[in-house]
Design a protein around this ligand. Structure first.
Ligand code: GRF
Length: 193
């Protein structure tokens, strides 16, 4: 199966997924990376690994539909079966949702539906929550909504900082995302249509 990773930032999850593919623990092919930010570190990681990286700047397109139509064409040309969002800071619109319904997954650093959207870690700390965690879910038209596949909790310590909580969450993300992707690879719905 072919996966496309969508990312906007540092790409530590991209790297974790890539390593599991290289170790043969995730039986998938990372066909390509889609990025919406020129110069994002994740594109360096892709280059290093020899994975084609495509940067699409939304402002170069008249509409979200045009922007996504171009991405959809690229995905089709590469026979992509599953879209894996890993820190992609843009809402998926109806064009991609229609093409890839039930075949787009996202990872979010909170126990959804708590703390959706930006800086979920900061939100959890500001709310003085005792717990946060990681959610992996299918993507629908909402912001961090969509059917939940798995969640793992993290205890927030009394002296927790943004940095320390982020570190704890990333350790879980980097293990959990490849595992869940491997599980999804064996599901029929992800078969090429
Ligand atoms: C992760 O915390 C993920 O949950 C969120 O964005 C972050 C991406 O981090 N959606 P990275 O770019 O993979 O390091």
């Amino acid at each position: 199966k072919n996966i496309a990773v969508f990312a906007s930032g540092s790409g530590s999850n991209f790297q974790a997924i890539l390593e599991m593919v290289q170790e043969g623990k995730l039986e998938a092919n990372i066909s390509l990376l889609v990025c919406d930010k020129q110069g994002a570190y994740v594109t360096e990681r892709a280059k290093e690994a020899g994975i084609p990286a495509f940067v699409f700047c939304a402002k170069d397109y008249l509409s979200k539909a045009d922007y996504e139509a171009e991405i959809a064409m690229l995905l089709k040309d590469n026979n992509v079966d599953l879209i894996v969002l890993a820190g992609y800071m843009r809402l998926i619109g109806s064009t991609l949702l229609k093409e890839y319904e039930g075949r787009i997954v996202n990872i979010h650093p909170s126990l959804l539906p708590a703390f959706p959207g930006k800086d979920a870690i900061g939100q959890a700390l500001a709310a003085k929550a005792n717990w946060s965690g990681v959610t992996i879910h299918f993507v629908d038209e909402g912001m961090d909504t969509g059917p939940i596949i798995v969640q793992e909790r993290v205890r927030i310590a009394k002296n927790e900082t943004h940095e320390s909580l982020q570190r704890k969450i990333q350790v879980i993300e980097h293990k959990l995302y490849p595992e869940i992707l491997q599980m999804l690879m064996t599901r029929e719905e992800v078969e090429t249509r």
